[in-house]
Design a protein around this ligand. Structure first.
Ligand SMILES: [Zn+2]
Ligand SMILES: [Zn+2]
Length: 275
């Protein structure tokens, strides 16, 4: 069965990621309006009722904007840890919430989902490692630094989705108040392009072929070109050559035409090419 991953939105104005395996699908984060999510899914031939679950990485608005509404309206199981649910408070009132503690795993339809902690200034932010069919997807967005635990959880992934939030040179010039710049650049904020390159170097030290999506690019302090160049520079210096990088667009407003989609079929072709 082909596994498809589609980025519906990525960045501080909204995040949503769709994973599909046959007729089963899950959504990770819901940082768009309910209407936008409904529209994006319908463009892909899906309805919210086709989803097995909605998973949240943390409670920040750009990840959880319509989570409660969507879960309530469609009785869609909303999976997150207790700390995240508590931080969302009344937003999740009467929503069918299913708790997945940090470092726990659960089977959701065909997806085996494991959460792991990431350093970020939220209640209990997590990344996810998701195994489905014979592929693994690793996701760590919104993290200000990385740990050995993050590296170990991402290592099995065939598709890595990690943030490359900002460029070190651009952040001081971005039109944010000083405390916000401090927060973004701090160990509980967001990764810059060099840090992302260093994280990927650690993950890819085994030399295996992987696809990488650079996510959550800052509108004010990064560009696709800078993110790609900055990460590639670090990887080149470290001698890592087998990662294929794509910088995600912020909002896939026209997901029918311009969506970034990863297919496990391409992975098989790559394996044949490189095997
Ligand atoms: Zn975010
Ligand atoms: Zn966040």
């Amino acid at each position: 069965m082909t596994v498809l991953v589609t980025s519906l939105a990525s960045g501080s104005s909204g995040n949503a990621l769709l994973l599909r395996s046959g007729h089963k699908a899950i959504l990770i984060d819901c940082g768009l309006s309910m209407r936008a999510i409904e529209k994006q899914l319908s463009w892909l031939g899906l309805q919210v009722t086709d989803l097995c679950a909605l998973l949240l990485t943390h409670e920040h608005h750009d990840h959880a904007m319509s989570a409660g509404r969507l879960a309530r309206r469609y009785q869609l199981p909303l999976v997150c840890n207790q700390e995240t649910a508590a931080a969302l408070g009344d937003d999740l009132k009467d929503a069918p919430v299913e708790f997945l503690s940090v470092n726990q795993a659960a089977q959701i339809g065909p997806f085996v989902v494991r959460s792991f902690p990431i350093p970020h200034d939220a209640a209990a932010p997590v990344g996810y490692r998701i195994a489905v069919e014979d592929v693994t997807i690793g996701l760590a967005i919104d993290l200000g630094s990385w740990t050995e635990e993050v590296v170990a959880n991402l290592r099995p992934a065939d598709l890595l989705i990690v943030e490359a939030n900002h460029d070190r040179e651009l952040l001081p010039m971005a039109p944010y108040p000083w405390p916000i710049r401090q927060r973004i650049g701090g160990p509980l904020g967001h990764l810059d392009n060099v840090q992302t390159g260093e994280l990927l170097y650690q993950v890819a030290a085994d030399g295996r072929q992987r696809e990488v999506w650079l996510a959550h690019l800052s509108e004010q302090a990064n560009t696709k070109q800078r993110a790609l160049r900055g990460v590639e520079r670090v990887l080149k210096l470290a001698g890592v050559t087998k990662l294929r990088l794509t910088a995600l667009p912020r909002l896939s407003g026209h997901v029918r035409r311009g969506a970034v989609v990863w297919s496990s079929d391409n992975l098989l072709q790559q394996c044949e090419l490189f095997g």
